[in-house]
Design a protein around this ligand. Structure first.
Ligand code: COA
Length: 383
């Protein structure tokens, strides 16, 4: 059978510009560099609310008030400890990258609920609280186990971010570092229909459960075009070493067809507003430690050069600084390793993923797009 004359392709490559859902969770305005999270501009929000409060806003549509906030923190702190089965998996995966250990452990985080397939609002909320509270415990345990150390049990008197630092380093957490981490988590808590959120929504749209959807989202996040960029950003800065070497380094990378990590965005055609928030956090951390100050100065210089070189070699593509560039500096300044950065991203984004799963379950409409077939037709078996 002859193939029909191909119609003009209706494929939207990379689904660019396709509106796949209505959401009350966040709005990304890429032309004006605006991010609204559940009504709040990101600059209003990040650094002023805890990740627990931000999560509750996303999950319920309302920020806890002054009386509710400490009760919420206490309740969520009660979920931080891992079951032995989960710890066993983290131990087995101790030589795997942290994001892979997190993906494996994530799949077990419904073991202590009687019905993990309960996708009612109450069932989803119960699992969301566990996922948000336990992700940092998984990553801290992984960090200890791969150094041959025992994991440290969580404390309930600390914020989620401060407790993560305590469990990772085994010392009283530096309040400034805890604040920086919390600001980072809130900054990345939700961001429109990004690839991992879309993944979570596709899974949830089949009426599958919260933990399955979030496990899939972790897998989508880890790629270098999404959440995996900040590790390579730090590698780039280390490789460049001094500001005077930046231009030649960047031109060589681009000349060899590679991308500059921390620049460019599918939606933002101007500077990512989250980069603005995190640049300030990185600057504060730089003020506290000489080592951080040197890296911060280098990053500012590399950013300036990269924007100029990208405009020169990729004119009209509007490749501006994205969230991952300063993420690298913030996470490095609190003592984390580059291969942990994407797992840190998952800790903050877990708030948004869970909220989208809840929204998708409420909308209850299977996501099932079409495809354009380009293969042969009517083949016959010659046997
Ligand atoms: N460095 C160099 N060139 C880049 C680039 C970057 N960081 N980002 C995009 N480009 C170029 C592409 O090579 C392409 O060039 P061409 O027109 O000559 O073919 C053009 O810009 C458009 O790229 P495209 O792949 O269509 O853009 P996209 O919307 O799919 O890409 C990203 C968005 C984020 C995947 C992309 O900008 C990227 O890879 N950035 C680096 C990774 C990163 O920082 N990721 C974190 C995102 S928050």
């Amino acid at each position: 059978m002859a193939a029909p004359t191909p119609a003009p392709s209706a494929v939207k490559s990379g689904l660019e510009g396709v509106v796949a859902a209505q959401t009350k969770l966040s709005m990304v305005d890429g032309q004006n560099g605006v991010l609204i999270v559940a009504g709040y501009p990101i600059e209003e929000f990040a650094g002023r609310v805890s990740i627990e409060e931000a999560a509750m806003l996303l999950w319920t549509g309302r920020l806890p008030d002054k009386e509710e906030a400490p009760l919420l923190q206490k309740e969520l702190a009660g979920y931080r400890a891992l079951r032995p089965e989960t710890l066993e998996i983290v131990k087995t995966a101790r030589n795997a990258p942290p994001i892979d250990a997190l993906r494996m452990a994530c799949a077990t985080l419904s073991l202590d609920v009687s019905n993990p397939n309960d996708i009612s609002p109450a069932g989803d909320l119960a699992l969301a609280k566990r996922l948000l509270s336990r992700f940092p415990t998984v990553i801290a345990a992984h960090s200890r186990l791969r150094q041959g150390l025992d994991p440290i049990a969580p404390r309930s008197d600390l914020s989620l971010a401060a407790n993560f630092l305590y469990m990772t380093f085994g010392t009283e957490p530096d309040p400034m570092a805890a604040k920086a981490l919390e600001t980072y988590w809130v900054t990345v808590a939700d961001h429109g229909m990004n690839a991992s959120t879309f993944t979570a929504r596709v899974i949830a749209s089949t009426r599958s459960d919260m933990v399955s959807a979030v496990t899939g989202a972790v897998g989508a996040l880890k790629g270098p075009l999404h959440g995996g960029a900040p590790g390579p950003v730090l590698d780039m800065l280390v490789d460049i070493k001094t500001a005077d070497r930046a231009e030649a380094w960047l031109r060589k990378e681009l000349g060899e067809g590679r991308r500059i990590m921390g620049f460019g965005h599918r939606v933002y055609k101007v500077r990512d507003p989250r980069a603005e928030v995190l640049a300030k956090t990185a600057e504060q951390m730089a003020g506290a430690h000489l080592q951080n100050a040197k890296l911060y100065e280098l990053a500012r210089a590399v950013e300036k050069t990269a924007l100029r070189v990208l405009e020169d070699l990729k004119p009209g593509r509007n490749l501006k600084t994205n969230v991952e560039f300063y993420t690298a500096l913030v996470l490095q300044s609190i003592g984390l390793q580059p291969d942990q950065f994407v797992a840190m991203f998952a800790c903050g984004r877990a708030a948004g993923w869970c909220a989208h799963v809840m929204e998708q379950h409420a909308q209850d409409r299977l996501i099932r797009p079409a495809s354009e077939y380009t293969g042969p037709m009517g083949l016959t078996l010659d046997r």
